[in-house]
Design a protein around this ligand. Structure first.
Ligand SMILES: O=P(O)(O)OC[C@H]1O[C@](O)(CO)[C@@H](O)[C@@H]1O
Length: 395
C-alpha cells in the first residue's frame, strides 16, 4: 500500500476532485520552495540579503498597517457586517509559523469583541485531526502570506467541505487560499525579507475586523480598542526608532551565543514566538519560545543563555517575575520587556526594556518589536564576526 502525499488525498478524504488536485499541486511547489531557502552557513549571501531586507520591512511596519487598514476599509466593513449579523458559535484561527503566531497574538482581542471561544490551532492539527462538529456557525480564519502554504490551504478546504464559513487573509491576491474561502481580505505588506510587516499588518486587520463587529454589536470596550489601534502605527514607529540602538547593543553582548529563549503568556506568547522565529530565520542558531508557565516545568535554561521575559501589564506579570527570578537562579542572562515603569521584574533582570502602554490585547504588536530588532542585529553581528563583508544595500 502506498502512503498518499497527505491524508486529504486518501480515500476517506472529505475533499472533492478539484480540491484534491489543488493540494497535490501545492505539495509539489512547497517542496521546491523549501529546497531554495538560505542555508545555515554563517556567510551565506542569500541569507545576508534576506536579513538586510528584513530590516527595511521591519521599519516600514507602521506604514504597512496604515496602508492595509485604509485600503481594505471597505472590505473589512463588508465582512464585519456579515459576521455581526450571524450566530457564530466558535472561531478557529489557523496558519503555520508566523501566521499562527498572528492568531495567538490576536486571540484575546477577538474573544473580547466576538464573545465566543477563538481557538488558535496549527493548520496541520485542524486539517488532519480537530475538525469535528463544523458547520455554518463555525468561522475558520486562515492566514498565509503566500496564500499557498499547503497545510493552511488544506485547513481552508477541509473547513469548506465540512460546511464551516471561511475567512482568508493573505498578501497574495488570487492565491489558492484567497480563491477558496467564503471571504478574503488582502494584507498590503511585503515579505521579501523574513516575515515582519506581513504578520503585524495581518494582526491589525484581524483586530480592526473584530473591533468593527464589536462596534456594530455595541460591545462596551470596542471604542477604546479602536482608539488604541489607531494610535499603534505612531507608537510602533517611535518604539522602533528608540529601541534600535538599545537592541543593537544587546545583540553585540549576546552575538556569540548559540541558543536564545523567549517566554511570555497570553498575547505576549505570540511575541515570544515571533522573537524566536526571527532569530532562527535570521541567524544560523537555535531559538525557542516557551509559554510562561511551561518555563517552570523543566530546566528550560542553561548557564549564560539569554532569556527574554515578556511581561505586558496584565495578569501574567507576577508569573513573569517568577520566570525572571528562576532565569537568574539558573544563571541565564535575563532581559525583561515590560510596560512603562512596571518595576516587578527589575530585581531579577540584567536589563529591562520599557515599552509604551497599550491594552494587553494589543501587546503583541509592541512587544514583538524589540525582539525583531534583536534578531536582526544579532544576525548582522554574527555575519561580521564570521568575516562577511556587508554591502551598503542588499545585493
Ligand atoms: O504565511 P505563509 O506564506 O503561509 O508562510 C508561513 C510560514 O512559513 C515560512 O514561510 C517559513 O516556513 C515563514 O516565513 C512563515 O511564517
Amino acid at each position: 500500500m502506498t502512503t498518499p502525499l497527505t491524508p486529504l488525498l486518501a480515500d476517506t478524504s472529505p475533499l472533492d476532485d478539484h480540491a484534491r488536485a489543488l493540494i497535490a499541486g501545492l505539495f509539489e511547489k512547497e517542496a521546491q520552495l523549501m529546497a531554495s531557502l538560505p542555508t545555515d552557513d554563517p556567510r551565506d549571501p542569500k541569507r545576508l540579503r534576506r536579513v538586510m531586507l528584513t530590516r527595511t520591512e521591519m521599519f516600514a511596519q507602521p506604514e504597512a498597517i496604515t496602508n492595509t487598514l485604509t485600503r481594505e476599509a471597505g472590505a473589512i466593513e463588508a465582512v464585519a457586517r456579515d459576521l455581526a449579523g450571524r450566530a457564530i458559535r466558535r472561531v478557529v484561527l489557523t496558519g503555520c509559523g508566523d501566521s499562527l503566531a498572528v492568531m495567538i497574538g490576536t486571540r484575546l482581542l477577538l474573544e473580547e469583541m466576538l464573545g465566543v471561544v477563538c481557538e488558535p490551532m496549527q493548520a496541520l492539527d485542524f486539517a488532519y485531526y480537530h475538525n469535528r462538529d463544523l458547520g455554518p456557525e463555525t468561522l475558520v480564519v486562515t492566514l498565509s502570506s503566500s496564500g499557498t502554504t499547503t497545510r493552511t490551504v488544506e485547513a481552508a478546504l477541509v473547513a469548506n467541505a465540512l460546511g464551516a464559513r471561511t475567512l482568508a487573509l493573505s498578501n497574495t491576491p488570487g492565491s489558492a487560499l484567497m480563491t477558496h474561502s467564503t471571504h478574503g481580505l488582502l494584507v498590503h505588506a511585503e515579505r521579501k525579507g523574513w516575515p515582519t510587516q506581513s504578520s503585524t499588518a495581518a494582526m491589525a486587520m484581524l483586530c480592526r475586523l473584530a473591533i468593527r463587529v464589536g462596534m456594530l454589536r455595541g460591545v462596551p470596550g470596542a471604542p477604546a480598542l479602536q482608539a488604541a489601534l489607531d494610535r499603534l502605527p505612531r507608537q510602533m514607529a517611535d518604539a522602533l526608532a528608540a529601541l534600535d540602538p538599545v537592541m543593537a547593543e544587546l545583540a553585540r553582548i549576546e552575538a556569540d551565543r548559540g541558543m536564545y529563549l523567549y517566554a511570555g503568556g497570553g498575547p505576549a506568547y505570540a511575541s515570544a514566538l515571533f522573537g524566536a522565529v526571527k532569530m532562527k530565520e535570521c541567524s544560523p542558531d537555535h531559538a525557542m519560545a516557551i509559554p510562561l508557565e511551561e518555563f517552570h516545568h523543566y530546566n528550560s535554561l542553561k548557564p549564560d543563555d539569554p532569556l527574554f521575559v515578556l511581561a505586558p501589564d496584565g495578569p501574567s506579570v507576577a508569573r513573569a517575575r517568577d520566570t525572571a527570578f528562576e532565569g537568574q537562579r539558573w544563571r541565564g542572562r535575563v532581559y525583561g520587556v515590560v510596560t512603562g515603569e512596571q518595576a516587578a521584574l527589575d530585581p531579577f533582570c540584567d536589563r529591562v526594556i520599557r515599552l509604551g502602554a497599550v491594552p494587553e490585547s494589543l501587546a503583541a504588536f509592541t512587544f514583538t518589536l524589540p525582539l525583531q530588532l534583536f534578531a536582526y542585529h544579532a544576525a548582522m553581528e554574527k555575519f561580521i564576526r564570521a568575516g562577511t563583508t556587508i554591502p551598503a544595500q542588499p545585493e
